[in-house]
Design a protein around this ligand. Structure first.
Ligand SMILES: [Mg+2]
Ligand SMILES: [Zn+2]
Length: 182
């Protein structure tokens, strides 16, 4: 089995612009290429898991999501930071699906399709729900990237807080802080 680094997309790999659907608006965040590159060298698969409710809300189509994903993959690929797969939930919050984070559906799907050992995998996101989804799937170490989402750390739920043997969540300010943990 393989280990994976699960990354949220908007606000984690690329700048959060609110329902990103145009390739021209992709801005890769500082540290993303470096972290992905090192994780690959350390044997991690790179899996991006993203809520794209803009589809379910009717703001844009699945095709736009896929174009942006390919755009991100191509920009990072040029820096040797390859992404193995993108998974996204196209539903709106009202759909009550099992793939929108904090539900663990897409993590479980990816684990099955890529033969991933979740207990030795890591997850990073800029929202509590990103990390919660990973932990619920069986990941033991998550990172909450606090950019301009200052309110998020107060939302950390009991289940995510450091426990002696339970899952651990660390709050970071820059993606580069996970480099020593890879
Ligand atoms: Mg995000
Ligand atoms: Zn969904």
């Amino acid at each position: 089995m393989k280990k994976a680094l699960f990354l949220d997309r908007d606000g984690t790999i690329n700048e959060e612009v609110g329902f990103l659907h145009e390739v021209e608006k992709i801005r890769i965040l500082e540290g993303a290429a470096e972290v992905i590159k090192k994780a690959r060298q350390k044997g991690y698969l790179i899996i991006v898991i993203s809520n794209q409710s803009g589809v379910g809300r009717g703001y844009f189509g699945i095709q736009e999501v896929e174009k942006v994903n390919q755009g991100i993959k191509s920009i990072l690929g040029k820096e040797g930071a390859g992404i193995d797969a993108f998974y996204f939930c196209p539903h709106s919050p009202d759909d009550n699906c099992s793939c929108r984070k904090p539900s663990p559906g897409l993590f479980l799907k990816a684990a099955k399709e890529w033969d991933i050992d979740l207990s030795s995998s890591l997850c990073v996101g800029d929202r509590v729900r990103d990390v919660e989804a990973g932990i619920r799937a069986g990941i033991k170490q998550g990172f909450l990237l606090l950019g301009d989402m200052e309110g998020e750390s107060s939302k950390l739920k009991d289940l995510l807080l450091d426990k002696q043997q339970g899952p651990r969540v660390e709050v970071i300010k820059n993606l580069r802080e996970i480099l020593p943990k890879l």
